[in-house]
Design a protein around this ligand. Structure first.
Ligand code: CTP
Length: 401
């Protein structure tokens, strides 16, 4: 899967002949699973039509602050567009636009969006060879990179003027692979191994019955996806869960019981950099598992339970370089109980959910957490989707690394 999958790409097109190649660029982004919105400078529409780009990007194309002819004059909010984007790509970037970007001129929607965007900005210069080597252009290119923008260098070849030299916009395939490589290199968890437990465990009573719990695995699977998107190689040890995950950085190992989860966790822990134990592991299991289905005979039945191994505590005991993160699901005296677990199980962070909070805990799509550090500092978050909660958890972990 491409690192661009699921990314929101804002493509800015300026008025150079290479603009005709942006149809191919949009297609490549879409093919890799990115969401694309296009902003064009008014003059760039002479080189490629907005209709082509809106059809390929499956989104309306933005070009002016508002459309005078439209029935409902809608304001194209440059701040909103800038905040929407995960990355902004300006291709082709003409000498004129590069100069305006350098100097903070914002006399069109593209430039205003560039100025208000907070995301990484890539630009692919395209111009004739003499313009490209002019000291003022060189100065602008240096300055823009100094601002933190990333240049996708122009290549050499035949130019629209008929001259041959440097100034051709990089080919769409090369632009895309340049961005993919750059994003991969900048991922905060690149090269890190992350072990994750998720979902419930089922403890067999007999061949057809078990003791389980209501955990859906949603929180753990959301963490797996977020961590993988940050570049981590994730080993996901999942108890029985209906959740699915498809990511080339995630290896899923399915287990049923606490004992199986314990064995798999210990198999991978030594080589792990980060371990997050989000599974709702059964604390007790039937002492004897009946070999045959238990028949209905008596009015009552007694099943003797014994403790399962505490996976998290056992990893806390052998922890060396690993960052160890646990979860605590509490109903009362929440912070105190969580702090107790943090200390007892030798953790670096603990994620607390309280069943007192509406929308938190098992089988919901939302969660409300407090992250407690081993220095006992606390960060409390509002009710959010489990995907957003996973991002908060991973941010805290990245900060800790
Ligand atoms: N955990 C574990 N193995 C167990 C039980 C729990 O790895 N056998 C982990 C969970 O994945 C979670 C943390 O321990 O990260 C806290 O689990 P919780 O059930 O809240 O705590 P317990 O220590 O079991 O305490 P209690 O049930 O008494 O609150």
């Amino acid at each position: 899967m491409s690192v661009l999958s699921g990314k929101k790409v804002l493509l800015g097109i300026t008025a150079g002949i290479a603009a005709y190649k942006t149809a191919g660029l949009v297609r490549l982004f879409i093919k890799l699973g990115a969401e694309v919105q296009v902003i064009m400078t008014p003059a760039s529409k002479d080189f490629i039509t907005p209709l082509t780009l809106s059809t390929l990007s499956k989104n309306p194309v933005h070009s002016t602050f508002y459309d005078k002819e439209a029935e409902n004059e809608l304001w194209n909010n440059h701040v909103e567009l800038g905040l929407w984007a995960d990355i902004m790509v300006i291709a082709p970037a003409t000498a004129n636009t590069l100069s305006k970007m350098t100097n903070g001129v914002c006399d069109n929607l593209l430039l205003a969006t560039y100025l208000s965007s907070k995301c990484p900005v890539y630009f692919a210069p395209a111009m004739d060879l003499d313009m490209y080597i002019h000291p003022s252009t060189k100065n602008n290119l240096d300055q823009l990179q100094h601002f933190g923008n990333v240049m996708i260098p122009a290549t050499s070849g035949e130019l629209a003027s008929g001259l041959v030299g440097e100034g051709r916009m990089a080919e769409p395939e090369d632009i895309v692979s340049f961005i993919e490589k750059d994003l991969l290199n900048k991922q905060p968890l690149k090269g890190k191994k992350l072990l994750l437990t998720a979902g419930p465990t089922y403890e067999a009573i007999d061949p057809v019955r078990f003791i389980g719990n209501h955990s859906s695995g949603k929180m753990g699977f959301a963490i797996a996806k977020t961590a993988a998107n940050l570049g981590a190689e994730v080993i996901l040890i999942a108890g029985p869960s209906a959740e699915t995950i498809q990511h080339s950085f995630v290896k899923r190992i399915d287990v049923k019981s606490a004992e199986e989860m314990y064995t798999q966790a210990h198999l991978y822990f030594k080589d792990t950099d980060i371990a997050i134990l989000s599974a709702a592991v059964a604390d007790y299991r039937p002492k004897n598992v009946a070999a045959q289905k238990i028949k209905k005979k008596d009015a009552t039945i007694e099943i003797v339970l014994e403790k399962t191994k505490d996976i998290l505590a056992s990893l806390g005991e052998i922890k060396e370089h690993q960052l160890l993160v646990g979860f605590a699901l509490e109903t009362n005296n929440e912070a105190e109980n969580a702090k107790g677990k943090l200390k007892k199980k030798n953790l670096d962070l603990i994620v607390l959910n309280s069943l007192q909070d509406k929308g938190a805990g098992f089988a919901t799509d939302t969660n409300k957490i407090t992250i407690i550090d081993k220095d006992l500092s606390m960060q409390t978050f509002g009710l959010k989707s489990k995907d957003a909660v996973a991002e908060d958890i991973m941010k805290a972990i990245v900060a800790k690394l």
